[in-house]
Design a binder for this molecule. Structure first.
Ligand SMILES: CC(C)(COP(=O)(O)OP(=O)(O)OC[C@H]1O[C@@H](n2cnc3c(N)ncnc32)[C@H](O)[C@@H]1OP(=O)(O)O)[C@@H](O)C(=O)NCCC(=O)NCCS
Length: 312
């Protein structure tokens, strides 16, 4: 039986999640923050998150999202839907439960006017984000399920990392600057006086949820973990990070790409991370172009994902 989730299912769903998503474990508190406190989740009716109940036990779960609140200036993106996760208990697999859960989620999205569904999204718009798509090393069975339900692979994405212990930003900067790249670019820490220029750049170059992430940094007073790049009096790039080495979001204006701006931003972040004691720099999601950029800077991929989509 498929039914909407209830608050009292939390413990059982999280226990099952941790049996199924072995690379992406969670806790009840994180699950409650991710689902029950998600402003796009209908806590009154539970629509958007369904469980399969079998003999009084939870045997599967799916989450589907359509936005009720605007994604910054992009609005509610009403033709788009997202499925961040689906899983079925190992002992109940290959009985059609995954298909039923996914079809339930797809029918609900379609009834609500959605025309395109992402697992799990794009830069600037990935509500409910847990991972970029299907991790092909551990969750490859899911690819068959999504294909059966009409999804196609849009692109691959990777997670990447490098140790910072012997990482040499000076060496990589010399390489990156060959041929005059990066000339005229100034990299500096975000300051209260540059916040207006910064958000003017972000709203045009990277509309969507990166603005929200940057606003949260500024609201938290966390200026020291945001760098901006200036060229001829305009902000043309930025990056932000956390002390544990989690890097990003990170972006350069389209007209300024391929000129070394991104490398200067990334390398300066690495210098600062090293000084604050981080042992590695890492991120979960790079699309193919970005992955080539990071590969040149010595990062290695740790996970490979298929980002899949379905057009109704
Ligand atoms: C992916 C998952 C949800 C599928 O659940 P399920 O209940 O077994 O799905 P179904 O029985 O409806 O199978 C649907 C289709 O998926 C494909 N599939 C599922 N398991 C497969 C496997 N081991 N090998 C090949 N194809 C498989 C098949 O096409 C299958 O259709 P078929 O049985 O008619 O051939 C389940 O394997 C799971 O929970 N995996 C771990 C969590 C996970 O990967 N979640 C997705 C993260 S993005």
């Amino acid at each position: 039986m498929i039914r909407e989730i209830r608050g009292s299912d939390c413990q059982a769903v999280v226990a099952l999640w941790n049996r199924c998503l072995t690379r992406d474990l969670t806790t009840e508190a994180r699950f409650a923050a991710w689902l029950f406190a998600d402003a796009d989740f209908d806590t009154e009716h539970g629509k958007g998150a369904w469980v399969e109940e079998s003999g009084g036990q939870i045997a599967g779960f799916v989450r589907a999202i359509r936005r009720e609140l605007p994604n910054d200036r992009l609005g509610t993106e009403s033709s788009l839907g997202w499925i961040p996760v689906v899983f079925v208990a190992p002992e109940h697999r290959r009985k059609g439960i995954g298909t039923e859960l996914l079809e339930k989620a797809l029918a609900w999205l379609r009834e609500n006017g959605v025309e395109k569904v992402w697992v799990c999204g794009n830069s600037g718009s990935a509500p409910g984000y847990l991972f970029p798509g299907i991790d092909m090393d551990v969750y490859a069975d899911a690819k068959g399920l999504f294909e059966k339900c009409g999804f196609v692979t849009d692109r691959q994405a990777v997670s990447m990392t490098t140790t910072l212990l012997d990482y040499d930003p000076e060496y990589h900067e010399q390489v990156a600057r060959r041929g005059g790249a990066g000339e005229g670019i100034t990299i500096e820490t975000l300051s209260p006086a540059s916040v207006m220029n910064f958000f003017t750049f972000l709203r045009t170059s990277f509309p969507g949820d990166w603005n929200t992430a940057a606003r949260n940094k500024v609201k938290a007073g966390d200026f020291s973990r945001v760098l901006i790049a200036w060229n001829e009096g305009e902000v043309v790039g930025y990056c932000q990070w956390e002390d544990d080495g989690h890097f990003g979001p990170f972006g350069v204006a389209a007209s300024m790409r391929g000129k070394g701006v991104g490398a200067l931003l990334f390398l300066e972040s690495c210098r600062r991370l090293k000084k604050t004691g981080a042992r590695e720099v890492w991120f979960n999601w790079a699309d193919p172009g970005a992955a080539r950029f990071y590969g040149r800077l010595g990062l290695n991929s740790t996970r490979t994902f298929h980002v899949v989509r379905k057009d109704f």
